[in-house]
Design a protein around this ligand. Structure first.
Ligand SMILES: *[C@@H]1O[C@H](CO)[C@@H](O)[C@H](O)[C@H]1NC(C)=O
Ligand SMILES: *[C@@H]1O[C@H](CO)[C@@H](O)[C@H](O)[C@H]1NC(C)=O
Ligand SMILES: *[C@@H]1O[C@H](CO)[C@@H](O)[C@H](O)[C@H]1NC(C)=O
Ligand SMILES: *[C@@H]1O[C@H](CO)[C@@H](O)[C@H](O)[C@H]1NC(C)=O
Ligand SMILES: *[C@@H]1O[C@H](CO)[C@@H](O)[C@H](O)[C@H]1NC(C)=O
Length: 452
């Protein structure tokens, strides 16, 4: 997207309609009960023309007409945009108090205009909304009529809070720690490489910690699943595809030690391959990119010891040196649950099993007569971390985070690579467990078995 890479844009000429076309992404509807009181605040209304590194900035003030923030049980966002003309799809994100809360991209406009609305339940960021703070909405756009790129994006972003006079505190977590640039006036996401390091210090009475990761491949990494291993590039006609192979793993590390990993979902933006396919319905994730969860609770004995720690988000390949091309945009946050006692949590990591990188295998074959090339990359990775925690309130529990997956990508380059077939399969298993004296439970409703 955007930065420095030629890609398809959509001119959309010959469209008869004088009304703007309504674009959309299929998404789960908001599910807030109608019995709740709600207050909507228009936070940002901004036109993005030449807007590289010129985000819209607004100061959030909790609305006064929806009762005390302690009575709020949910919050949602409304990202509505219009555009006329010709333009590429552009990445856009919303960063609130340094925490990225929404990663989206734009629909490609047409001369007669388009409009789309994306709604998102952002209740898991509720702890951020109870006090004032800065909201940054970035959308790096370029307008260059001489080259036929004239579409501006007119974006309205509003926030709705939901209050219940009966229920107290919908937020499960008590605090959110940002992983990102921590910039006061720019987006929270950073480009990888290099790896993103954030210094964090969790409250000493932390009893649970969950990381959420945002990651999307951009420029030479946008279609990473079609990249070929460096060792096979010479077997293909020049400029057929990019290198570093088709395997990517997003890693989360604590002080350099692997704490979790993610097999990222390939999002097709509205300019991908044949842009007309994505009008009016964009692909899954284009307007609300999926995020990934890692249960960091087994690392609480380290992260809550009162000292600074380095939390790293990195993206690696299955090449011998694990390097990638440029680039991935990454950020994240750690949601923490605190013990009511306010006394420090004690604990120890009892079991740590993880290799720093996936075990991978690259194989291929070049047909002697036809010159057809088939390449297969497989990878497997697993991790098990277990800790014992003693909370300030006196509860002892065993907590564990386990992950495993297997990955396979086969590419066929047929007829001098004029015909290309790719098949990707990735299966993963996640398990987040806590066991105290007499019960065992799956703690995090948002972390479960996933299969794609
Ligand atoms: C979303 O915001 C747009 C623009 O402010 C508004 O027209 C639309 O009604 C809103 N949609 C919902 C469901 O609130
Ligand atoms: C698109 O054109 C319509 C009608 O001409 C106008 O109302 C709207 O503001 C334009 N939008 C943008 C983003 O230029
Ligand atoms: C990030 O931190 C690690 C240690 O955890 C260090 O080895 C690495 O050089 C740092 N990278 C950057 C880009 O700061
Ligand atoms: C901990 O990190 C913060 C933020 O980066 C820094 O200001 C502080 O000096 C660090 N403290 C120590 C003891 O290194
Ligand atoms: C490559 O894979 C295709 C299936 O995609 C298969 O039909 C073909 O025989 C394979 N070619 C070689 C050289 O193995």
């Amino acid at each position: 997207m955007g930065q420095g890479v030629a890609e398809h844009s959509l001119s959309g000429a010959n469209e008869p309609s004088s009304h703007p076309l309504v674009n959309f992404q299929v998404a789960q509807p908001l599910t807030f009960p109608s019995s709740l009181n709600k207050c909507t605040v228009e936070v940002i209304h901004h036109n993005f023309a030449n807007s590289y590194y010129q985000p819209a900035i607004a100061e959030w003030k909790p609305p006064k007409d929806c009762g005390s923030p302690l009575d709020w049980v949910g919050v949602s966002g409304n990202y509505t945009a219009t555009s006329n003309g010709t333009q590429y799809d552009r990445l856009s994100a919303i960063t609130f108090r340094n925490v990225e809360i929404w990663r989206t991209s734009t629909a490609e406009p047409s001369p007669s205009g388009i409009v789309w609305t994306a709604l998102k339940d952002i209740s898991h960021y509720l702890p951020l909304f109870s006090t004032p703070g800065r909201i940054i909405l970035d959308l790096n756009n370029v307008v260059d009529p001489a080259h036929g790129i004239d579409g501006e994006y007119d974006v309205t972003f509003s926030i709705t809070v939901y209050a219940s006079p009966k229920e107290k505190g919908g937020a499960r977590s008590n605090g959110i720690v940002a992983l990102g640039t921590l910039s006061p006036d720019q987006a929270g996401y950073a480009g990888v490489p290099p790896m993103l390091n954030t210094t964090v210090k969790l409250p000493r009475n932390t009893v649970e910690a969950y990381a959420e990761i945002y990651a999307s491949g951009n420029a030479q990494e946008e279609f990473w699943y079609f990249n070929a291993p460096d060792s096979w590039i010479p077997a293909l006609p020049k400029d057929t595809t990019l290198g570093k192979g088709p395997f990517r793993e997003v890693q989360l590390l604590v002080d350099g030690q692997l704490a979790g990993f993610v097999s990222p979902y390939p999002i097709l933006f509205t300019g991908a391959n044949v842009p007309l396919i994505w009008r009016p319905a964009s692909a899954y994730g284009a307007f609300d990119q999926p995020t990934y969860k890692v249960d960091l609770t087994p690392f609480v004995p380290i992260l809550a010891d009162g000292k600074n720690h380095t939390v790293t988000i990195n993206v690696v390949s299955a090449e011998p040196d694990h390097t990638i091309l440029g680039n991935w945009w990454v950020s994240g946050n750690i949601q923490v649950v605190l013990d009511p006692s306010e006394k420090p949590t004690k604990g120890l990591i009892m079991r740590y099993f993880a290799s720093p990188y996936a075990t991978s295998h690259i194989s291929g074959i070049k047909h002697k007569k036809s010159g057809d090339v088939n390449i297969t990359v497989t990878a497997e990775h697993s991790l098990q971390i277990e800790a014992v925690l003693l909370t300030g309130s006196g509860t002892t529990s065993t907590v564990a985070w386990e992950q495993s997956y297997s990955f396979s990508n086969t590419q066929s380059y047929i007829d001098n690579a004029t015909y290309q077939v790719g098949e990707v399969s990735s299966t993963c298993r996640l398990c987040s467990l806590a066991q105290s004296a007499d019960r065992s439970r799956d703690r995090s409703p948002e972390v479960g078995a996933a299969r794609s």
